[in-house]
Design a protein around this ligand. Structure first.
Ligand code: G1P
Length: 291
């Protein structure tokens, strides 16, 4: 079984739900407390053992490259001013040289197309796919939990969670065999992207974390469009499932969909309350607000 060393992060989306904040700034750079949303997802991947990152970007996303580069003038200024803590944070979080790559999705043809754009940078290796709208809060990250499942079963692994039935039409939905004694690891037997209300096979949705075999690229190559007229990763996975195993892990953790305003605001509250340096005064500020 080949190890999973690379991660693909599609960051080409326009972020129209957050205009005007995202007119000139990528939505992935919106901050939860004092870190960009994207940084939480990269941290989750590093914790899971990922060594190389492939960002699929688009126009107006240059700031993301700058964020993962060394900011020489900034570091120099912090050093001269004796701001040691801030400097140490920047140094600690700087990715090693050559471990971060960027390619562009030239047109918004769908998530499946964005992933396909990374094919040459991934090559013939299994890879993790993380959708940076979604951050998952847990002591052991969701991708690290999925790596354990991959270590036991190989093949392909997707993160799944239950949502209320009236929300399934917003997601990819899986059909599974009963997990039985396996507990939270299901064999996936079907998948459908954004099923019309009332037609979903279950209330288990795909949560934006995947471990995929490189054979997915040949299927994406066919570029058939699906839900919303877009090339969907879910459709390619369904075809891949006919030949290869697919496990669904009901992971431990709380999901914040930072692509929605409520999810984004909730993430700020949850992570803010959890911070050692901010938790107590923030709790008081919220209590005062709630009166
Ligand atoms: C994408 C996937 C979908 C998944 C969702 C998770 O949809 O296509 O299968 O359930 O992410 O957030 P999107 O949110 O890009 O419409």
């Amino acid at each position: 079984m080949k190890p999973v060393r690379k991660a693909v992060l599609p960051v080409a989306g326009l972020g129209t739900r957050f205009l005007p904040a995202t007119k000139a700034m990528p939505k992935e750079m919106l901050t939860v407390v004092d870190r960009p949303v994207l940084q939480y997802v990269v941290d989750e991947a590093i914790e899971a053992g990922i060594e190389q990152f492939v960002f699929v970007t688009g126009r107006n996303k240059g700031v993301i490259e700058d964020h993962f580069d060394m900011a020489f003038e900034l570091e120099d200024t912090l050093e001269r001013r004796g701001k040691d803590d801030a400097l140490a944070t920047l140094k600690r979080e700087l990715p090693a040289a050559g471990t971060v790559s960027f390619t562009r999705q030239q047109a918004p043809l769908g998530l499946g197309h964005a992933v396909w754009c990374a094919r040459h940078l991934v090559g013939d290796e299994p890879f993790a796919l993380l959708l940076p709208d979604v951050i998952i809060k847990n002591e052991k990250g969701a991708l690290a939990q999925m790596m354990d499942v991959y270590g036991n079963h190989g093949g392909n692994v997707i993160a799944v969670e239950e949502v209320p039935e009236d929300q399934t039409h917003q997601y990819g939905v899986v059909e599974v065999e009963d997990a039985g004694s396996a507990g939270n690891v299901y064999s996936v037997t079907g998948m459908v992207e954004k099923p019309p209300q009332g037609s979903a096979p279950s209330n288990l949705i795909i949560t934006g974390r995947y471990i995929l075999q490189p054979s997915i690229f040949a299927l994406l190559e066919k570029q058939e469009t699906g839900a919303g007229g877009e090339i969907q990763i879910t459709d390619a996975m369904l075809r891949l499932m006919k030949d290869e195993g697919f496990k669904g892990l009901k992971f431990d953790g709380t999901t914040y969909d930072c692509g929605s305003k409520i999810g984004f605001l909730s993430a700020n509250v949850a992570y803010g309350l959890d911070r050692e340096d901010l938790g107590a005064p923030f709790r008081k500020a919220i209590a005062d607000l709630l009166g």
